[in-house]
Design a protein around this ligand. Structure first.
Ligand code: TYD
Length: 206
């Protein structure tokens, strides 16, 4: 595949969606063809699954069914949007991808990071991002919210620490695929760093 798959991850209040939009705009301005998308969602059926999962009336949704629905929505998204765009040589920028499932369902719901990763690798036929940009929120602000309190597996602070540990580990073991950046900077400063990191990737890819 000749395109590039870039994913933004980060918790509530990290500014992830703003940064994804900024990168898309910058890449388009430089003449690149970019698909901006998000998860859960990104296709008609995936958006329906999104409504189903996020509907507060569906609180009885079991943890495993929730993980399967996220994976089903991702399978749709990859099959119909992400992979075809990459095959056309385009850049895909997605707001969240399978690390969100590993974190929220695997760690948050206690289903196991490895099992949730395997499920999602199956769902996507092994499609991994070329680069995952993680907006890192220090523990003292914007504690991660994981669904509704009655379904919490871990206390917010512990969850937050687990998420940070996960990304620190990923960034340390796989630095060419992960870019961790502190969310405690101005929007412009973060956007500039992200842009430089993506430019490096584009140069390697050329
Ligand atoms: P959304 O409104 O898109 O929130 P955000 O701005 O935080 O991205 O809601 C997505 C929610 O779904 C968010 O709380 C994280 C959760 N989620 C999972 O639990 N697993 C997943 O695989 C994905 C993609 C999202």
């Amino acid at each position: 595949m000749s395109g590039l798959f870039i994913v933004f991850e980060g918790g509530d209040g990290s500014g992830k969606s703003t940064q994804a939009a900024r990168l898309v705009e910058a890449l388009r301005t430089s003449g690149r063809t970019v698909i901006a998308t998000r998860e859960p969602g990104g296709t008609r059926i995936a958006e329906k699954i999104r409504q189903l999962i996020l509907d507060p009336q569906n609180l009885e949704l079991s943890d495993r069914a929730e993980a399967l629905l996220y994976a089903a929505s991702r399978a749709e998204h990859v099959h119909h949007v992400v992979r075809p765009a990459l095959q056309r040589g385009e850049i895909v920028v997605s707001d969240r991808y399978m690390d969100s499932s590993i974190i929220y369902q695997g760690l948050g719901r206690g289903l196991g990071a490895d099992q949730v990763r395997d499920l999602n690798l199956w769902a996507t036929e092994g499609l991994r991002p070329d680069l995952t940009i993680v907006l890192d929120v220090p523990a003292h602000f914007g504690l991660e919210r994981v669904g509704t309190p009655d379904r919490l597996e871990l206390a917010p602070r512990e969850m937050h620490e687990r998420i940070r540990d996960y990304y620190l580990q990923m960034a340390a073991s796989d630095p060419s695929h992960y870019f961790l950046i502190s969310a405690e900077q101005t929007i412009d400063a973060i956007a500039d760093s992200v842009r430089s990191r993506v430019d490096e990737l584009l140069a390697l890819h050329a």
